[in-house]
Design a protein around this ligand. Sequence first.
Ligand SMILES: NC(=O)c1ccc[n+]([C@@H]2O[C@H](COP(=O)([O-])OP(=O)(O)OC[C@H]3O[C@@H](n4cnc5c(N)ncnc54)[C@H](O)[C@@H]3O)[C@@H](O)[C@H]2O)c1
Length: 405
Amino acid sequence: MSVSDKRICVVGLGYIGLPTASLLATKGFEVHGVDVSQYVVDTINDGNIHIVEPDLDILVKSAVNSGKLRADTKPIEADVFIIAVPTPFIDGEENKKPNLDYIKDATNAIAPYLNKGNLVILESTSPVGTTDEVVARILQDRGLVVGEDIYIAHCPERVLPGRILVELVENDRVVGGVDETSTEVAVSFYEGIVRGEVLATSSKVAEMVKLIENSFRDVNIAFANELSMICDEENINPWEVIKLANRHPRVNILQPGPGVGGHCIAVDPWFIVDRAPELANLIRTARRVNDAKPEWVFRRVKKCAEKLRDPVIACLGLAFKADVDDLRESPALDIVRRLREENIGQILVCEPNIEKSEEFELSNLDTIIERSDIVLVLVDHKPFRKITAASLKEKIVIDTRGVIT
Ligand SMILES: NC(=O)c1ccc[n+]([C@@H]2O[C@H](COP(=O)([O-])OP(=O)(O)OC[C@H]3O[C@@H](n4cnc5c(N)ncnc54)[C@H](O)[C@@H]3O)[C@@H](O)[C@H]2O)c1
């Protein structure tokens, strides 16, 4: 079967699903995108995008205009089904638990459209065992024989927002089937679409690989964050300390920040803790250190503000990381909300990647800096990296990202 005869159904058209669907469409596949949001479906069918990602607008427009990409709220029959729906957590007292409802809903939604020979790929980041114990089980309960009628595999996404279109193609991919045939079929599919190496394994290993990649980052960022608070007590600059320590040939400390946000690093380690609560102590502690950092930043701002009459605080950035519009689990957003709720002065906000916010009045960077007594840098967005310490001489500067030099 040639590429142009192959139909792919991508379920979930967000930061992962939409770039994947449009990329596959521009490679010649016939792509049917599915999303539960009618707004998302309509936006895409109009050739537009509902998320910010460099060059995605051009890719989606060209995919839709060529007739190779269509979106709908319902799946259709296809050769390959890719599930890229959210996998958030449910807040618990002690630990947080994965919410697999989106994966279950997506699997149930595609089940009636599956035919012999189809490949089902779970790309959503998932707790170990999900591909086998949730996706395969639901489909088996519908009478499909895995490894004979259909093939099921997990292929986690490890793209970096802001570089998604490049990394979707260039990154190495770990592909694990629920059985050997599924692995073979899925590996051959990815080999046809990516330039990176496709590494074959089992679905459980593939799930764990993704989770530990993000836990590795989380634990190391927690170390940097803890260090930054200790340095603050000692009145020394953590970025200078880290820069000098990293001159050691075998030391590579990451950068501290206001906390850890986003859909991945702040979430995925909990999937490991949930399965191994007695063993995952370091991973759990790192999560707690990183989750506590926004409160520490808030208290620091409050302490400075208390010294001033009617303080005006310029908050630079709301997104969870540099140069994206993504506010999910954003520590910057938590801090700004908290400052406003607690009435810690007049809060001015600049978020250059968002045009309009329902929650905050967004202003121009120069205006808020000029009007402020305190400049609080929360995200290292490109325009903020150009600000010099000399230009803020009259202000109190709280730089959680170490960008003002
Ligand atoms: N965003 C990233 O950078 C990134 C990186 C690596 C892995 N991931 C993982 O990829 C998965 C998807 O993340 P995302 O960032 O694309 O999420 P997202 O929230 O941007 O998009 C998910 C989309 O799925 C839709 N959806 C929800 N339930 C659905 C259903 N039952 N059927 C059809 N559509 C449904 C939503 O309306 C939404 O448009 C998650 O598991 C995430 O952890 C994300």
